[in-house]
Design a protein. Structure first.
Length: 275
């Protein structure tokens, strides 16, 4: 277990709060389970995908006796550096995300299980972030998340990248910028867009996909280029009623699987009509 360094950059008053290849089939594997310690902070990797990451973040009770949220910056780097000092000296090679983070303070400290012993934490929260550089092209190189802005003394905690998407590129009612969807009648088309060499729409299985609050199955599907990039997209057709779309619906979610069985999730805005 790494020693706890003195409180450093994680007390700076950032105000931002953090609230998505068919030819190379890499099996969808899971991130290493459980809380893992990185000096003052702990990380629980959940979905570590090509386009984003979901995780649990916590702060040792002994590291921050003050009140309020723990504010710092969350960074993601691929491949994982040997240490953070070398990474900075190399001009931050491999950085794919740099976002403000705010981990809520708990009313009382709580224990979490890391790989060695239970550790009391004063702050804990669940987070989901999109990479700022776009989808990662390489799966064979592990990435590392750090919640202390890569501060000296904080640990390098690597994890594998899996063939999944938290922010997949989709288009509701492709070809229509208004995204109008009928309520109580009719069908809705949703395109799962191909993404260069990263996602071949022809390799997707239509039966794996569900749409809307009611998670409807597709009535029909076809392959065609809907966005003019000379690449096929998987266009799925759903019943608006079975999808559970309502007059209050503002966004709709398409879920499914990548060609290797990884998680696939995409969201698009919709405008209800016929209400």
């Amino acid at each position: 277990m790494a020693p706890t360094p003195a409180r450093t950059s994680h007390l700076r008053p950032w105000l931002g709060v953090v609230i998505v290849s068919a030819t190379l089939l890499v099996p969808a594997t899971s991130a290493q389970a459980g809380w893992r310690i990185s000096s003052n902070t702990l990380i629980e990797y959940r979905d570590v995908c090509r386009d984003g990451i979901s995780f649990g973040g916590a702060v040792r009770a002994t590291a921050d006796p003050g009140s309020g949220s723990y504010k710092n910056r969350a960074i993601v780097v691929q491949p994982a550096p040997v240490n953070w000092e070398d990474w900075r000296n190399e001009k931050k090679i491999g950085q794919v995300m740099d976002s403000p983070i705010s981990i809520p303070r708990k009313k009382d400290s709580i224990p979490v299980e890391d790989q060695d012993d239970p550790i009391d934490v004063a702050h804990e929260g669940d987070f989901r972030m999109r990479y700022q550089t776009g989808p990662l092209k390489e799966l064979e190189k592990p990435l590392v998340l750090n919640l202390e802005n890569g501060a000296d003394g904080s640990g390098v905690v690597p994890t594998p990248v899996t063939d999944c998407y938290l922010y997949a590129a989709i288009d509701v009612q492709p070809g229509k910028s208004s995204n109008k969807v009928p309520i109580g009648r009719g069908d809705v088309s949703v395109a799962a867009l191909g993404v260069g060499e990263l996602l071949n729409a022809a390799a997707l299985t239509p039966g794996d996909f569900r749409f809307g609050p009611a998670k409807a199955k597709a009535k029909a599907s076809e392959l065609r280029d809907v966005n003019g990039d000379d690449q096929d997209d998987l266009v799925l057709r759903f019943s608006s009623t079975k999808a559970g779309l309502k007059c209050s619906t503002k966004t709709a979610v398409l879920t499914g699987k990548t060609p290797t069985g990884g998680r696939y999730e995409g969201t698009d805005k919709v405008k209800a009509t016929g209400c």
